[in-house]
Design a protein around this ligand. Structure first.
Ligand code: KPL
Length: 302
């Protein structure tokens, strides 16, 4: 397949390396255009992948049969809108990011009407070390349709699974997105609040539970109830344990004075809560807390 990967950070490069090894034709797309991109990935079993590939080729973009978007949630709608005029109408667009709400922003634009959008939620761990991407933990990527025109693309799950296993297709990706949102609403701002790794949140279980209970109320009103309130809490505790050594992405964003994804995590939750007539004191406090942290940066990194 001919594929463009928009956003060539750690996760974007994992996809590029995996897809090229399956003989797909893949180019990268960078915010600051450049004709080539070096992809150096150390896999979990330490075998290295190194290749210089083309990037930012308009003709390639217009021939692409899949656009994979691996950007931070706040970058997605502007970046995708800029590429839409060059894409074929039937080119599926897979959005892989934390948080929710980007599809609502994209749906506002006339040019996105009827375009097939898919959501991807991944648990792969990867980070940049010098020029290399270290694939630190294998995981699973859940994908599914964000609109009716994307429902016919379930075959993509197999293509993607062969490149970077595991990949699972879900007709109802909305519920999975909400579960991941719940995890991110609890873990991400609280690790900034307590200045800690994910695992240390187990020492603040009352606070974890209070934030989690508010998320559950919103999920209930939204009609997304995959589980009971106590199961959601247990699911979040299990995720804290599984990722106990991690510094959450928001912790790292604040540490390096980068724009966080709070507007698409807690911000999205609060917007849905107010549409449902709910007030969320714990989450409101954490939202303001992170906004204040961002406001205190002496500069903003990208
Ligand atoms: O998604 C994550 C993040 O850090 O953004 C979790 C699951 C909390 C893992 O750190």
């Amino acid at each position: 397949m001919k594929i463009t990967v928009l956003g060539c950070g750690a996760i974007g490069k994992l996809w590029i390396a995996g897809l090229i090894q399956q003989s797909h034709d893949v180019q990268g797309w960078l915010r600051i255009p450049q004709p080539f991109l070096d992809v150096n990935v150390d896999s979990v079993n330490h075998s290295p992948f190194q290749l210089r590939i083309l990037s930012n080729q308009k003709e390639w973009l217009s021939e692409s049969e899949l656009l994979i978007v691996c950007l931070k949630s706040w970058q997605v709608s502007d970046a995708v809108n800029a590429l839409i005029p060059f894409l074929r109408a039937q080119c599926p667009i897979l959005l892989i990011h934390n948080g929710m709400g980007t599809i609502d922003e994209l749906a506002v634009s006339e040019s996105t009407k009827g375009r097939p959008f898919l959501q991807g939620i991944t648990t792969h761990g990867a980070y940049q070390q010098g020029q290399n991407i270290i694939h630190s933990a294998e995981g699973i990527t859940h994908i599914g349709p964000l609109n009716a025109s994307a429902r016919q693309y379930s075959d993509l799950a197999e293509v993607l699974h062969n490149a970077l296993p595991d990949v699972a297709w879900h007709n109802d990706i909305h519920t999975i997105s909400w579960l991941k949102l719940a995890v991110n609403c609890v873990i991400n701002p609280l690790t900034v609040f307590y200045q800690c790794r994910n695992g240390e949140l187990l020492q603040h279980s009352e606070h974890v539970q209070a934030v989690c209970d508010e998320v559950y109320q919103v999920m209930e009103r939204e009609g997304v109830i995959p589980t009971s309130q106590s199961h959601l809490y247990k699911y979040i505790l299990d995720t804290i344990e599984l990722t106990s050594n991690n510094y959450s992405s928001m912790y790292q964003d604040v540490k390096y004075q980068r724009h966080t994804e709070i507007d698409y995590i807690t911000g999205y939750l609060i917007r849905r809560a107010s549409a449902q007539g709910l007030v969320l004191p714990e989450n409101n406090y954490l939202f303001q807390f992170i906004k204040q942290k961002e406001g205190n940066y002496d500069h903003i990194s990208t």
